[in-house]
Design a protein around this ligand. Sequence first.
Ligand SMILES: Nc1ncnc2c1ncn2[C@@H]1O[C@H](COP(=O)(O)OP(=O)(O)OP(=O)(O)O)[C@@H](O)[C@H]1O
Ligand SMILES: [Mg+2]
Length: 233
Amino acid sequence: MEEIIRAVNLVKSFKDGDNLVEVLKNINLSVNTGEFVSIMGASGCGKSTLLYLLGGLDTLDQGEILIHNKDINRMKDKEKSRMRRTQIGFVFQFYNLVQNLSVEENILVPLIMEGKKPASYKKELENILEIVGLSDKRKVIPSRLSGGQQQRVAIARSVIASPDVILADEPTGNLDSKSGNEIMELFRTINHEKKITILQVTHSKEAADYGNRIIRLKDGIIESDNELVRVVS
Ligand SMILES: Nc1ncnc2c1ncn2[C@@H]1O[C@H](COP(=O)(O)OP(=O)(O)OP(=O)(O)O)[C@@H](O)[C@H]1O
Ligand SMILES: [Mg+2]
C-alpha cells in the first residue's frame, strides 16, 4: 500500500484575544492510497483545521505534512498551490459554487485555473456528469438546483482534474438524510472506480460508516483511529 498523506507531530494554535489556544496538540496520522477515512469529533475540536492543514490551505505551527512523501511546508508557494490544484480536490459543507456559472462551467473551473483547455476535457466532463447524475442539468445555474444536486456539482468539480485525494468538510452537513446518503454513495463510487482517496469530516455516524476507517479527535489529539470491520454475509 502506498502512503499518500502523512502528518507528523502536528501542532496548530489560534489566538483568542490575548490567549493562544492550542487546537491541535500532537497529531500523527498516515493515510494510504485508496482509503476512505472519516474524521469525527465534537464541534470545535479541530476537525476542519486538521483537514485544511492536510490540504495546504492553512499553515501549521510545528510538525510536518507530507503528500506523496514531500513536505508541503518546504514547497515554494507556486509549487504548493500547484500541488493543491492538481493533487487535491476540496468539497465543503456549503458547496462554494459560482452562482452565475452553469453546472458544467462550475465543474470546469479547476481546469481553467490550471490553464487547461476545457474543450479537451469533453469526455471527462460527460463521464463525471453521468456519475453525479446531472447530465440533464448541465446548462442550469446553481440556484435552480437542490442542495444535494449542488453538492454533486461541487463533487464533480473536485474530481474533474483527477486528484489523488478529496478532502471533504461535512459534505452532507447541510442535506437531508436521503440526499446525504446519495452523496455518500457517490463518494463510494468515486473511491472505488476512480481510486481517489477520500478524507471526510462528518458528524454523522451513518456517513462515517461509508468509510473504511474512523479517526476520532478530542481535545486536540487523536482519541482513536480504527479500521471498520465489515461483516460479509
Ligand atoms: N481562523 C481562526 N482563528 C481563530 N480561531 C480559529 C480559527 N479557525 C478555527 N479556530 C478555532 O479553533 C477551534 C477548532 O475549530 P475547527 O473549525 O477546526 O473545529 P471543528 O472541529 O471543525 O468544529 P465544527 O464541528 O463545529 O465544524 C475552534 O475553537 C475555533 O474557534
Ligand atoms: Mg468544522
